[in-house]
Design a protein around this ligand. Sequence first.
Ligand SMILES: Cc1cc2nc3c(=O)[nH]c(=O)nc-3n(C[C@H](O)[C@H](O)[C@H](O)COP(=O)(O)OP(=O)(O)OC[C@H]3O[C@@H](n4cnc5c(N)ncnc54)[C@H](O)[C@@H]3O)c2cc1C
Ligand code: FES
Length: 251
Amino acid sequence: MFAKIIAKRTENENKTIVTLKLDNGFSHGLNVKPGQFMMIWIPGINEKPFSVSKISDDYCEVTIAKVGNFTENLINKEINDGVGIRGPFGSGFKISEEKEILIVAGGVGLAPLAQIPEIYKAQKFTFVVGSKTKNELFFIERLKANENTKIFISTDDGSDGFKGFVTDLTEEVIKDTNNKFDLIIACGRKEMLKKVYEISKKYDINLQISAEAFMKCGMGICGSCAKGKFLVCKDGPVFTGDDLDYVLNFM
Ligand SMILES: Cc1cc2nc3c(=O)[nH]c(=O)nc-3n(C[C@H](O)[C@H](O)[C@H](O)COP(=O)(O)OP(=O)(O)OC[C@H]3O[C@@H](n4cnc5c(N)ncnc54)[C@H](O)[C@@H]3O)c2cc1C
Ligand code: FES
């Protein structure tokens, strides 16, 4: 079905990350979980997967980083324009008994993660957020608004926070807090996810990742998102436990 864009925000100084607020007739009452995704269709251009960055009964938000033709077209849409929507698809992150949760976000990988502390009020969250430079950081004020959330920032060039990779800062945070975490949740580039997996093994902390894949149908039919025996759109995109080693080997 078509959803209408009812608001639009630029999220970062470089103006490369934009949030579109969509009217929410399509998923009303569906209880979309953080980590699930929608297929967004621009007629005549293409159809691509995007996570839900915020959901309520009245609206749904997606946050898009400009990387190529489709994302450029999408962030150039204006208020009252329509886009085709299918979904929600896939599995979301699973949070239940865990008390202390470490969230590692690389670049636009923060999009599906920022709403987690807004939904799960009984948990404490430590976010480690990384980007190439200060101008690409986004959602920092949104994260700071949560009483249950601490934030650590890394930039590759040192223009804000820790200078270096988000995974190096992640390991420092684990050591500095005497490894108090029950769970790590991570979303970002595959190189980052592989390193977070190593860290989770080293410190014996459960891990959930959102995996990357090229998607066409989004619903387990076309096979374009296959990672060995798994279809990321249907069996994921969130993977955990014994499946992590297998999936990451195919990325
Ligand atoms: C489950 C899921 C959720 C996603 N959620 C978001 C989101 O919330 N916000 C967001 O901005 N993006 C998200 N993406 C990625 C988004 O779908 C791609 O950035 C988009 O399809 C790129 O299209 P394009 O035509 O602009 O760029 P293209 O020209 O297709 O690609 C530009 C560059 O990005 C790489 N790329 C494209 N698609 C992917 C992909 N799926 N995985 C890894 N690399 C890719 C290409 O190799 C190329 O280097 C998500 C992807 C998945 C699988
Ligand atoms: S995108 Fe078609 S099977 Fe996953």
